[in-house]
Design a protein around this ligand. Sequence first.
Ligand SMILES: [Zn+2]
Ligand SMILES: [Zn+2]
Length: 524
Amino acid sequence: MKHWTERIASDLTNWDVEKHVVASGTSISGSIHIGNSCDVFIANAVGKSLQKLGEDSKTIWIADDHDPLRKVPYPLPESYEKYLGIPYSQIPCPEGCCENFVEHFQKPFLETLPVFGIDLETYSGFKMYQDGIYNDYIKKSLERAPKIREIFNQYREHPLAEDWLPYNPICNECGRVNTTTAYNYQGNTVYYRCQCGHEGEMDIKSGNGKLTWRVEWAARWKIFGVTCEPFGKDHAASGGSYDVSKVISKEIFNYRAPYPVPYEWITLKGDAMSKSKGVFFTPGQWLEIGTPETLNYFLFRSKPLKHKDFDPGMSFLDFIDQYDRVERIYYDIEEAASEKEMEKLKKIYEVSQINMADSAPFQTSYRFLTVARQITDDLEKIFQILKRNSQLSEDMEGMEYTDLDEDAKIRLGSRLENVENWLDKYAPEFVKFNVQETLPEVQLNEMQEVFLLQVADLLEKNDYNSQELHDQMYLILKELGLKPQKAFQAIYKVIIGKKQGPRAASFVLSLDKDFIIKRFRKEA
Ligand SMILES: [Zn+2]
Ligand SMILES: [Zn+2]
């Protein structure tokens, strides 16, 4: 069974090229999030698959940093509106910490890529213009403007003006690039009008302008020899950017358009990610709460055009449970529902890995750690809590924390760190608790008090696992004629001063036994 990224790579092996270039690109219009950086992850996976198939291949990333600012990104102040229409490359760093706006937003993104095992050559659209890499393509596009206009018009309702040119100079007066119209050219000189009232001329070799997007995209394919490129589905619409650039690539630049991999946007809790509204989630934010492999898994578990929604709240715990299950299936610790499911899940797991472990990595339940971590931050104590709650595999039963190998310690430590961040940033209030050092002032009825006393007696005499304690507590509450909800409320009230909390039996076992017995007897 092939993963979809492998199927693309395998299709590409039929192309008669010396080397494959898988391209990705991102508009630097604000923070780069998991939605608009999808193509980087897909491009990297396809590139790696190509290499596995013995093909020469590289992955490139182009920052679309010469495009005009269209909306002020979150969290920049309104004062940035004065830069609307100005190329990102010409806007200052909002916090004065970097060379400019572009560096400010692309740096955090590029810095996370090695963690994801993503290795790519990076290019700046702005620099490409400055360095004259587009010069021949600009000249050719100006010469072939009538043909390009004709191609564009095939997809347009309202035809372009007769003197339209596929090039936008940056206005010498107001600095904007989306307000200028080039209407004539001679040699390397382009004549333009700007909405600000300025009329001017500029030299295409100065780099102070850019090709119309669809022409630029096609030019870029040929410049880099791109053979495959993932892109957001907005470019993939019928008659959209890809369709038009494909024709231009062939007709104007005599180059075969790359293998397209359109992908669906990722929504955040049902909302479209928006850099201007501040609705986004970045790969860096992901790494605070999960491993890089889990983001890969999120992106690769379904086909690229399948809708994906991300919710870092409670659903994230379900998501991690699912990932852990797939990991156990991969290492034959757990069985999948069917042979077919097993094959599929193993493949997705494999594609998501950055460095494949030889044997099943040490696993602890993320969900369980969200409880344990609120009881203590001491690793050895947490290990004890895991043991008392049968959270470890059988072969680890006799082990202490210090017996763990280095890899297991690192995994436990980093998962705890992820859990801490999740609790801090995304956990809903109802999962948060604080074990009260002294008995909180709470009202219990007589039956609830008797219930706690009887549980305390049992705990004093026995060593239970969580299922056994759970069963014992049910026997007691039934005998007392107490509703389960009321009984468990009593437990939460005296320990954390709240009416609800984590699963009661396992929670009780997670805490120090002497402490619990005393607390249930109101002695501490
Ligand atoms: Zn900065
Ligand atoms: Zn102007």
